[in-house]
Design a protein around this ligand. Structure first.
Ligand SMILES: [Zn+2]
Ligand SMILES: [Zn+2]
Length: 60
């Protein structure tokens, strides 16, 4: 699933590999030069989400 889109109208935005080796999400808004870059984005996005939830919990 695309870490930026996550989903469109409840359907996950799938990420697939193109014939040229790049990865791109199903709607075409985001692409990555290789799977390493994609995984790094997923990691960064999940860290961001975790931190956001943490801040929200603290302020609550
Ligand atoms: Zn996307
Ligand atoms: Zn999308």
């Amino acid at each position: 699933m695309c870490p930026y889109c996550k989903s469109h109208d409840g359907k996950p935005c799938a990420v697939g590999e193109k014939p040229n080796g790049r990865l791109a999400c199903a709607c075409g808004r985001h692409s990555w030069p290789n799977s390493g870059a994609f995984l790094e984005t997923c990691r960064l996005m999940s860290l961001t989400v975790t931190r956001t939830v943490h801040d929200w919990t603290q302020s609550y």
